[in-house]
Ligand binder design. Structure first.
Ligand code: TRP
Length: 466
């Protein structure tokens, strides 16, 4: 298996920045703070960190090892271990496709906000419109929504098309440190606002009232788990794909620990950037998905220097979203390159067009298609964006992670992957623990998340509480 034409990372630092870039995205800046707000603050944070440590690191190590062992993108990698598991790679391609179709819409809004705040610095970008008003007008306008979606996808595609080393790696290596610095500047602004203390307390003050009944406890657990999978880009082959570009002497364990550490650090930092400001301006911390765009508008409006910090903040969001969307697109591109032997250029262009088309309904889902409701497996009706997120994040991603644990833990043998991890001469001290986790603990937890998403869990709990 030669990696001619596939590409490899130039350095471990480059790989690390690309992988952290994939992990750090809207999930950290948008998902984490609002889920924290909805699920009781500190309690959620604690559960989340435990899951990252005991599940996240285990799965990410498995994915990286699978990728590097086979040197193939997800479909080929799964197939190389067991022919019947090729479909798991397919599921990954499908899931990354679905996620990217709505991710690009959410990400594209940050570009619009960045531009508008830049204009606002010099005058009136928002023309005095309130947060909900501006957001409503913008997202209801089909032409603008689609143009921004297109801009975002073209930017993503422009990076992927250049290649693994000179496109993805180079972009991430420059942008991730910038993102970190920008985030620190925003945190300083946020925690020095009068009344910010309440937000910090909300995040770190122990309060376990959400665990007072079984149903809400499971909701917190399942939502922390799903959030963790999403945030670490797991369960659909992104890390398999990135791992396949690693060279044989890189240290997989070190990377599998560093990626989650950085990702969690940045999620907590995003909370610190957002929560104190939200409390300082008296806004509901559990505002939901609208937090990142509508709620924060009010925050920047009322803070001194708000237009400047607004521009900086949305630039940061755009960069974080881009380094993630390139990893999602890379899954499809690498599939065509490996399996169909297409050139990188052809593969990227075709995948990009397809993702753009599939994303159009989502881009229109706040305007023209605002009334369309789709059904989840538990019978709940939701808008197009939420439904895409539900299918991608809750169903396909958990299913993909479950199948991967089964592949590594049961179909093949964990020892096969331990050998891959140790082949650079590294002595993997925790190999027994890791094998045990990936065989028994991780699949069970992932299965619980899957059951919750399908609504079956509620039924089981109802049976027991009768
Ligand atoms: N992890 C990214 C975020 O937090 C999103 C993402 C990128 C992703 N690649 C992925 C999620 C693969 C799941 C699978 O925003």
């Amino acid at each position: 298996m030669s990696d001619k034409g596939r590409g490899t990372w130039g350095s471990n630092f480059g790989f690390l920045m690309a992988a952290v870039g994939s992990a750090v995205g809207l999930g950290n800046l948008w998902g984490f703070p609002y889920k924290l707000g909805k699920n009781g603050g500190f309690a959620f944070l604690l559960v989340y960190i435990i899951f990252v440590a005991v599940v996240g690191v285990v799965v990410i190590l498995g994915e990286l090892a699978l990728g590097r062992k086979t040197k193939l993108s997800p479909v080929g990698a799964n197939r190389a271990i067991n022919k019947r598991f090729a479909f798991n790679g397919w599921l990954g391609v499908l899931a990354s496709f679905i996620i990217l179709s709505f991710y690009s819409v959410l990400g594209s809004w940050s570009i619009k906000y960045f531009f508008t705040y830049c204009i606002e610095i010099f005058g009136s970008g928002f023309n005095g419109m309130s947060g909900p008003e501006f957001f409503g007008n913008f997202t209801a306008d089909p032409v603008q929504s689609i143009i921004y979606q297109l801009i975002f996808i073209i930017l993503t595609s422009a990076i992927v098309i250049v290649g693994v080393q000179s496109g993805i790696e180079k972009f991430s290596k420059i942008m991730m440190p910038c993102l970190f610095i920008m985030l620190i500047i925003i945190i300083i602004r946020s925690v020095t606002l009068p009344g910010a203390m309440q937000g910090i307390e909300f995040m770190f003050k122990p309060d376990f009232s959400v665990f007072s009944d079984v149903k809400s406890s499971f909701d917190v657990i399942a939502s922390a788990l799903a959030q963790m999978f999403f945030s670490l880009s797991l369960g659909m082959g992104t890390m398999v794909c990135y791992g396949s570009y690693l060279n044989k002497n890189s240290n997989l364990v070190k990377n599998a620990v560093l990626i989650p550490v950085f990702d969690t650090l940045i999620a907590v930092m995003a909370g610190l950037a957002i929560m104190p400001a939200v409390f300082a301006t008296g806004i509901d911390p559990a505002a939901g998905p609208s937090l990142l765009y509508i709620t924060l508008h009010g925050v920047f409006e009322s803070m001194p220097g708000g237009a400047f910090f607004g521009a900086l903040f949305y630039l940061l969001v755009a960069i974080a979203a881009l380094t993630s969307s390139i990893s999602l697109l890379e899954v499809s591109t690498s599939y065509f390159v490996d399996e169909k032997k297409w050139s990188r250029k052809k593969a990227t262009v075709i995948a990009t067009i397809a993702i753009f088309v599939v994303g159009i309904p989502t881009a229109l889902s706040f305007g023209l298609l605002g009334d369309v409701k789709l059904m989840a497996l538990n019978g709940e009706l939701m808008g197009i964006l939420d439904w895409m997120d539900y299918v991608g994040e809750y169903l396909l991603m958990t299913l993909g992670a479950l199948l991967m644990c089964i592949l590594i833990g049961w179909v093949a043998k964990p020892s096969m992957f331990v050998a891959e991890i140790e082949q650079s001469g590294y002595n993997f001290k925790y190999k027994r623990l890791w094998s045990f986790m990936i065989k028994f603990v991780t699949p069970v937890l992932v299965f619980i998340t899957f059951l919750t998403a399908t609504g079956l869990f509620d039924k089981i709990i109802a049976l027991f509480s009768k």
